[in-house]
Design a protein around this ligand. Sequence first.
Ligand SMILES: C[S@@+](CC[C@H](N)C(=O)[O-])C[C@H]1O[C@@H](n2cnc3c(N)ncnc32)[C@H](O)[C@@H]1O
Length: 231
Amino acid sequence: MYDPIAWLYDPWSASVIEDVSFYVEEALAAGGGVVELGVGTGRIAIPTALAGAYVIGIDSSAGMLAVCSERAREAGVGERLDLRLGDLRRPPVDERVPIVTCPFRSYLHLRGDDERLEALRAARELLRPGGRLVFDVFTPSREDIEETHGRWIEREPGIDERADWDLAAQTLTLSVRGLQGSSTMTLWWVEPARWHTLLAESGFEVLECYGWFDRRPFAGGEDSVWIARRK
Ligand SMILES: C[S@@+](CC[C@H](N)C(=O)[O-])C[C@H]1O[C@@H](n2cnc3c(N)ncnc32)[C@H](O)[C@@H]1O
């Protein structure tokens, strides 16, 4: 799903910058290696490595990892970024780290609670006792659904995006097209209360649930940013 848009991904997400310093801060505060699940093209991982952290990046798209590898080399952090092809539900990682991250809604590619639990338990296994899982997800608002449903919208110059929402199934079918490629992918959302329960069921204690990357408390908006500690 991401291979055909590996070279479109960075221009497509060019305006998404609000989360970078948040994840870099969390990585530095943890003071050790980071595992980033769904590392993509390194949008977060490369600034994190530039700040001095060692990052193991997991992704199931060889195309995204190829772009990430090139970007890391250009940034001069190839040595601090260890990229591994694999599924975030069964990450190919033997190391144990103080922090695992899953930025930019990558967990929404998981379908159903079985997959969510499998992924959360796998993340827990990578953590040292007391280590932290940090991730963000969204739950769409009715206004966003009404505003965007079924319409092609120019997201960046020459890059169009279309959202097809299914409220009953709680799925977003997201299409993107541009000169460098096109793709359609499905995202499955659940309410924040459900994430809370899933985290508890998979052996985490929720430390924080923010409503945005500036650390304002979650107050019922679309985005939720989670920090959970391995029990
Ligand atoms: C929205 S992108 C996020 C990329 C990066 N973390 C960022 O913040 O820009 C989602 C990434 O998750 C990867 N992905 C989706 N499902 C996955 C899975 N089951 N296992 C590993 N990677 C997965 C995709 O290939 C893609 O690179």
